[in-house]
Ligand binder design. Structure first.
Ligand code: DQA
Length: 149
């Protein structure tokens, strides 16, 4: 099983970016933790960080060809991108949306996620741990689904 882990804009700055909101864990550390968990779960990860909306759309489209699930933090595009939402709806893969912060406890413009209605589940407010819970849930979900097919 292969999972696309897609990190959106500014997440390359984790660790030094507003640490009181996003914590001090860097993206490299999050990816290393995800890789260790993936090894335990016996799954392969394709990990991409990009600051570009179109690249995110292309990665989601590509996932339909070679991945069985998507773990995504669309970051700021969560609140603005119809294109990312449409790509997620089009590929219709089991998908978990992760946010480090609790977007519902923040500014009003962050309380709307355009992608939430088209993903399987959303995890927010658990910091870097949220990615690990997300990967676990996703792998379990994909395995259960294929069991019933
Ligand atoms: C974020 C929340 C977004 O509102 C913000 O633009 C981000 C990160 C989070 O992980 O908490 O860049 O997705």
């Amino acid at each position: 099983m292969k999972i696309l882990v897609l990190h959106g804009p500014n997440l390359n700055l984790l660790g030094k970016r507003e640490p009181e909101i996003y914590g001090r864990t860097t993206l490299e550390e999050i990816n290393a933790q995800l890789l260790a968990l993936a090894k335990e779960l016996n799954v392969e990860l394709k990990m991409v960080q990009t600051n570009h909306e179109g690249v995110m759309v292309e990665q989601i489209q590509q996932a339909a060809e070679d991945c069985q699930g998507i773990l995504i933090n669309p970051a700021a595009y969560t609140h603005t991108s119809v294109a990312i939402r449409d790509a997620l709806a089009a590929v219709n893969l089991p998908t978990i949306e992760v946010h480090l912060s609790n977007i519902y406890a923040r500014e009003e413009f962050r309380r709307v996620s355009l992608s939430a209605p088209v993903v399987t589940a959303q995890i927010c407010g658990l910091g870097a741990e949220g990615y690990l819970w997300g990967l676990k849930a996703l792998v379990q979900m994909v395995r259960q689904e294929s069991r019933f097919k």
